[in-house]
Design a protein around this ligand. Structure first.
Ligand SMILES: *Cc1c(COP(=O)(O)O)cnc(C)c1O
Length: 414
C-alpha cells in the first residue's frame, strides 16, 4: 500500500496492518498473550516507563495485538489516536473516571443505552452534575449548559427508540464554548458515520456490536479525533502535559481510565474483533437493507401501532439521518397494538432470536421494558419514549425474504 494513495473503507481496514509489517509475514496480527515485556537493557525499560521511548510496559496498558486493533479503529474513525477497552461500558466508564471531577457538570442526551444512563446516575452520586436533555434539538442542550459543563454526551441513533441527536448543531455549539463533545457511534459505526465530521472530540464505539459483528467478543474503544483542543480542558493533570496539547487527552485517559481503572481488552477478543471488522462495510450494507425492508413491512401492518426507524419518512429525524448517515442503521423498534401479547409474538418467530445483544449477524429481538430497561422503572422509561410494549430488533444478515417471512408469520399467528 503506498502512503500517498487514499483507499476506500474496506481496503484500508483489510490492508492497514501490513503497512507497518506484521511479524513473520502473518496476514493477521498474532495474538500476543504475554503480560510483561522484557528489555535486555534495564535503562530501556526505564525509558519506556518514562515515555521517552515507544514500547510496551504491562498488559493492562496495552500489547501488540491490542495496538493493532487500536490502529484499525483509528483508521475507521480517521482519528489521531484510539484506545481499546474490555467493553463499550469500559470505554464510557473511562471517560467518567479520567476526565471528570466532583463539581463538574455534564449534559447528556436522555435517549441513552440503559447502562450508560445507569453510569450517569452513579456519577451523580459521586458529585458530578448530569442534566438529561432531549438532544434532538440543540436548543435543549444549550439551555442546560452551565459554567462547569465539561462534556456534552450523545448517541448518534439512540438505542432503542432510534431518536437521532442534532449532531451537527451540537458540534458547533460545543466548538464555540470549548466543551468536549463525546459521541457514542455504536449504532451507526464509522462505516455509516464519522462523528469527527460534526466536531466530536471523542468517539465511543462498543466494538462488541457491529464492528466485531459476530457476537463472540466484548470490546470498546475511544478515539480522539483531533477536533478538540485539550489546552481548553481544565482537568488535565500536570503529569500529562509533557507533550504537545494534542496528546494530553489520550495520555490522561490511558493512565487514569485504562491503567488505573483496569478495564483492559483481552488479546484474543482483540483478534476476534479485528477479524470481524474486516467485513463491517459488507455486513452493514446487508443489515441496513434488511432493516429498511423490515421497517417498511411492519409500518404497513395493521397489527403494529408504531415503527421507529430513521430510514422511514415518518421518522421525525428522517431528513437529518439522510443528510448525515450513509444508511440509517440496522436497529429498529416497534410497538404492537393493544391486546397483542409481545411474548406470544416473540415466541412465534423462528429465525429472530430473543436475546439482548445487537449488531450480531443473526437477527436478535427483545421486549425492552421487561428486560434491558426494566431496572429504571416506568416513569423514566416514559420520559425516554419507551412504551411498555416496545420491541427492539437488531437486524442481521439473513436473506431478506426469509426474514420478512418470519415476521409476517409471527404477526399472522402462524
Ligand atoms: C452496547 C452498547 C454500549 C456498551 O457496550 P458493551 O460492550 O456491551 O459494554 C454502549 N453504547 C451503546 C449505544 C451500546 O449499544
Amino acid at each position: 500500500m503506498s502512503e500517498t494513495k487514499t483507499y476506500g473503507f474496506t481496503t484500508t481496514i483489510l490492508h492497514g496492518d501490513r503497512q507497518k509489517g506484521i511479524e513473520h509475514g502473518s496476514l493477521h496480527k498474532p495474538i500476543h498473550t504475554s503480560v510483561a515485556f522484557g528489555y535486555a537493557d534495564a535503562r530501556q525499560l526505564a525509558a519506556v516507563f518514562q515515555s521517552k521511548e515507544p514500547g510496551f510496559r504491562y498488559g493492562r496498558q496495552g500489547n501488540p495485538t491490542i495496538s493493532a486493533l487500536e490502529e484499525k479503529v483509528n483508521q475507521m474513525e480517521q482519528g489521531v489516536g484510539t484506545l481499546c477497552f474490555a467493553t463499550g461500558m469500559g470505554a464510557i466508564g473511562a471517560v467518567v473516571q479520567s476526565l471528570l471531577r466532583a463539581g463538574d457538570h455534564v449534559v447528556s442526551s436522555s435517549f441513552l443505552f440503559g447502562n450508560t444512563n445507569s453510569l450517569w446516575q452513579t456519577a451523580m452520586s459521586q458529585g458530578i452534575g448530569v442534566s438529561f436533555v432531549d438532544a434532538t434539538d440543540v436548543a435543549n442542550v444549550e439551555a442546560a449548559l452551565t459554567d462547569n459543563t465539561r462534556i456534552v454526551f450523545v448517541e448518534t441513533i439512540a438505542n432503542p427508540r432510534t431518536q437521532v441527536a442534532d449532531l451537527k448543531r451540537i458540534g458547533e455549539l460545543c466548538q464555540q464554548r470549548g466543551i468536549l463533545y463525546v459521541v457514542d457511534n455504536t449504532m451507526t459505526t464509522p462505516y455509516l458515520f464519522q462523528p469527527k465530521n460534526v466536531g466530536a472530540g471523542l468517539v465511543v464505539n462498543a466494538l462488541t456490536k457491529s464492528i466485531g459483528g459476530h457476537g463472540n467478543a466484548l470490546g470498546g474503544s475511544l478515539t480522539d479525533t483531533g477536533a478538540y483542543d485539550w489546552a481548553r480542558y481544565p482537568n488535565i493533570y500536570e503529569n500529562y502535559k509533557k507533550n504537545a496539547a494534542k496528546n494530553w487527552g489520550l495520555a490522561q485517559i490511558r493512565a487514569k481510565g485504562l491503567r488505573d481503572f483496569g478495564a483492559s481488552l483481552a488479546p484474543d477478543a482483540a483478534h476476534h474483533i479485528a477479524v470481524g471488522a474486516e467485513t463491517l462495510a459488507l455486513r452493514m450494507q446487508r443489515t441496513t437493507a434488511n432493516a429498511l425492508a423490515l421497517a417498511e413491512l411492519l409500518e404497513k401492518d395493521e397489527r403494529v401501532a408504531a415503527v421507529h426507524y430513521p430510514g422511514l419518512p415518518s421518522h421525525p429525524q428522517y431528513a437529518i439521518s439522510k443528510e448525515l448517515f450513509r444508511a440509517p442503521g440496522s436497529l429498529l423498534s416497534f410497538e404492537l397494538k393493544d391486546g397483542l401479547d409481545c411474548f406470544d409474538f416473540l415466541n412465534r418467530l423462528k429465525l429472530a432470536i430473543p436475546a439482548s445483544n445487537l449488531g450480531d449477524n443473526r437477527t436478535l429481538i427483545i421486549p425492552v421494558a421487561h428486560t434491558i430497561f426494566y431496572e429504571m422503572g416506568a416513569q423514566r422509561r416514559a420520559s425516554m419514549g419507551i412504551a411498555e410494549s416496545l420491541i427492539r430488533v437488531s437486524v442481521g444478515i439473513e436473506d431478506t425474504d426469509d426474514l420478512l417471512d418470519d415476521f409476517c408469520c409471527a404477526l399472522e399467528g402462524c
